[in-house]
Design a binder for this molecule. Structure first.
Ligand code: NDP
Length: 241
């Protein structure tokens, strides 16, 4: 039986590439999303991967969503915590709602989605948890106190849970992407990309979602069983953490 992989935010952007790559590698994949039904339905029609709509910032919705996935697809062996948002603003102008939305979606989601799957992984003696953090959680970014805090928190979560879970055959790792060509980055004005971002990327270009997806497939594999608690930096040499 194929192992079951869940990718949160798995219908668009980096998550879409991860879902497709895991399917191509032989996993039974379930992709989750928040509310963009059009994108999710298109993704489902194109890939045949089942989609599940629930808000990763809502614990009860996640518990119900994971239960639905386990009923339809099977017990979760691989969890990719990928869903994330930005709500950028300089801190002295940031509103509480912007802070809370980003922390709830990017950081509290780790509790909400991982907690319902961790005991099954422990009982079965196998699991792979990959968290998509960010370069801006490693180095900080002006205008992103909320996002940088959430993404640095992701890395702390990974290090602690890795230590708790290693004896049960579960690895827990983070990937910290640099700037990847998705809608999140396309929202950045082109002149800002050209003048202020791409010149700092040693390889001279944005990354592609597939370049993150290939690393997830590796971390999910049996070959990566000795890698846990680590943060894999994939940023074209922009920041050497
Ligand atoms: P996109 O905006 O392209 O896609 C985001 C995905 O997450 C969508 O499927 C979206 O669902 C889902 N999502 C958003 N909020 C929620 C929520 N509350 N509950 C459930 N699902 C949700 O993002 P990217 O692909 O660019 O980013 C993916 C991850 O990679 C994020 O964690 C991001 O922080 C991180 N990252 C991205 C970088 C980049 O350069 N793009 C760089 C570094 C890190 P829906 O379609 O319904 O809205």
């Amino acid at each position: 039986m194929a192992r079951v992989a869940v990718v949160t935010g798995g219908t668009r952007g980096i998550g879409e590439a991860i879902s497709k790559a895991l399917k191509a590698a032989g996993y039974s994949v379930a992709a989750t999303y928040a509310g963009n039904d059009e994108a999710a339905n298109k993704f489902k029609a194109e890939t045949g991967i089942p989609v599940f709509k629930f808000d990763v910032s809502d614990y009860d919705a996640c518990a119900a969503g994971i239960a639905a996935i386990e009923k339809e697809v099977g017990p979760v062996d691989i969890l990719v915590n990928n869903a994330g948002i930005t709500k950028d603003r300089l801190f002295h102008k940031m509103e509480l709602a912007q802070w809370q939305a980003v922390i709830n979606t990017n950081l509290n989601s780790l509790f909400n989605v991982t907690r319902p799957v961790i005991n099954g992984m422990r009982d079965r003696g196998f699991g792979r948890i990959v968290v998509i953090s960010s370069i801006n959680g490693q180095k900080g970014q002006a205008g992103q106190t909320n996002y940088s805090a959430s993404k640095a928190g992701d890395i702390g979560f990974v290090k602690a849970l890795a230590q708790e879970s290693a004896s049960k055959g579960i690895t827990v790792n983070a990937i910290a992407p640099g700037y990847i060509a998705t809608e999140m980055v396309k929202a950045v004005p082109q002149d800002v990309l050209d003048k202020h971002i791409i010149p700092h990327i040693a390889v001279g270009r944005l990354g592609e979602p597939e370049e993150i997806a290939r690393a997830v497939v590796f971390l999910a594999s049996d070959d990566a069983g000795f890698i846990t608690g680590s943060t894999l930096t994939i940023n074209g040499g922009q920041y050497l953490a």
